[in-house]
Design a protein. Sequence first.
Length: 162
Amino acid sequence: PEMRTVAVDWLVLIHHKIFKFKENTLFLTIQIFDRYLSKKDLNTEKTELLLLTSFMLASKHNEIDYVNMQETLQLAQNKFTKEQVIEMESEILSKLDFELLSPTMCEYFTLYASYLNLSEEKINHGFYVLDIVLVDFHMLEYPNFTIIQGALTCSVTLKYYH
């Protein structure tokens, strides 16, 4: 759990600060990462490789300017080779039966937020709540719907006091 927390926290940081990708890319990355780890345990080094490769795969599906091989290797500070990344990509696809895409919390939150006609400020607050939840390993025990409902409730009831 601690290793996952550190890895996901780092991913959230680079996703928002360096790449500025769509929010769903982050959620899809974590979904791929968690689904793979539910099928196979890895050591610390392989877990880092898994996270980076999951990020690369998710960005290929969601972004026009996705994370390429060179950027992936740079993010890893050249700890891994191109061949290792390709091997991990193949292993992920194989373990997940090539089924990378499934609806994420981000997609459901966006859908419900549009039904509720939430302001951009409230939507951003909801995504902030979801980002915090992504990092916490213990939140995996709750169904996505429960987490989304919590983020929506926080968003709808948001009031700023000055």
